[in-house]
Design a protein around this ligand. Structure first.
Ligand code: AMP
Ligand code: FE
Ligand code: FE
Ligand code: ZN
Length: 287
């Protein structure tokens, strides 16, 4: 498969979340909505789990839309959180699966401490309410706690819960384990996939992902790409990142980071990836 000129066309969204992590649609619903929105390819990239991928792929066949299996891995570089997207990796790869399981365990393990902090702040959470928000998700996140806070009337939105209590440094924040970024890139490659850093200049990760760092990740760790077109990046940020991608040989993707009702201004297809970039990613995935 070549780059430009291979005849691919379409609207491509490579970063979305279902209720298998902190989105609000089932994988099937998400794929149906993606087809309805006119997308030709959608990647499901739940946090630290592949559990929704099989359902999404099956739904893709029914709704005639290409579904790319993926994951968004919680990693860190120099102690700073970096989100890494992995596409086309084998969910059955034992090393990758073990890493993801460890990340999910750490997500679950910190919940009692966060609930304790909220209780001390005068916001006790009913365990049944929280469990209803988590549902069957194997990957518990702060958004589930935020949703429980909304149900109990403590805040009006996930944004308010993060800004007041749950964000890094907030009074109810408790850290959890992350995978080392370089190791996570290796794990994705060993499992046959390609690795793209999500929203590199959002929230915290901008601190550790300047051009020399990204150049090193490209040349030494064979990072495949960076997500340039993302809601968290202003126009000048996108232009700067596009320049870095060109100079370092990284692919530049774009995606919505859709979370269903869990995040406003992240509609499916609100940012997209050029067809020739998808073609190059697919060419690098070991089938
Ligand atoms: P966690 O997975 O527990 O580390 O929580 C991080 C997740 O919370 C991110 O992946 C986002 O989906 C979500 N998130 C972070 N900040 C906000 C915010 N201000 N409003 C809504 N969701 C947020
Ligand atoms: Fe999320
Ligand atoms: Fe992310
Ligand atoms: Zn995401």
């Amino acid at each position: 498969m070549g780059a430009a000129g291979d005849g691919r066309s379409g609207r491509i969204d490579l970063h979305t979340h279902s209720e298998v992590s902190d989105g609000t649609d089932t994988p099937e619903q998400l794929v149906a909505l993606a087809a309805k929105a006119g997308l030709t390819t959608v990647a499901l990239t739940d946090h630290d789990t592949f559990d929704g991928v099989a359902e999404a792929v099956a739904a893709g066949k029914a709704h005639r839309i290409e579904v790319l299996g993926g994951v968004e891995i919680s990693t860190e570089l120099n102690g700073i959180s970096v989100h890494l997207l992995g596409y086309g990796a084998d969910p059955g790869d034992s090393d990758l699966a073990a890493q993801l399981e460890d990340l999910r365990r750490s997500r679950t393990d910190r919940v009692p401490q966060m609930l304790q902090a909220l209780a001390e702040l005068g916001m006790p959470i009913d365990p049944a309410v929280l469990q209803a928000e988590i549902g069957e998700s194997p990957s518990v996140g702060r958004p589930h706690i935020a949703d429980a806070m909304i149900v109990q009337g403590y805040v009006k939105s996930r944004g308010e819960a993060f800004d007041g209590y749950l964000a890094v440094g907030g009074p109810a924040f408790v850290p959890r384990r992350h995978a080392e970024l370089a190791r996570a890139i290796d794990l994705i490659h060993q499992a046959g996939g390609v690795a793209v850093i999500a929203h590199p200049w959002s929230r915290q990760s901008w601190q550790v992902l300047d051009e020399p760092a990204l150049a090193r990740l490209a040349s030494e760790n064979h990072l495949d790409g960076i997500e340039v077109d993302h809601h968290d990046h202003a126009p000048e940020t996108r232009a700067a990142l596009r320049g870095i991608a060109q100079r370092t040989g990284l692919l530049a993707t774009g995606s919505s980071d859709y979370h269903g009702a869990g995040k406003v201004d992240h509609d499916l297809g609100s940012n997209t990836t050029p067809p020739q970039v998808l073609a190059e990613l697919l060419a690098r995935i070991r089938g």
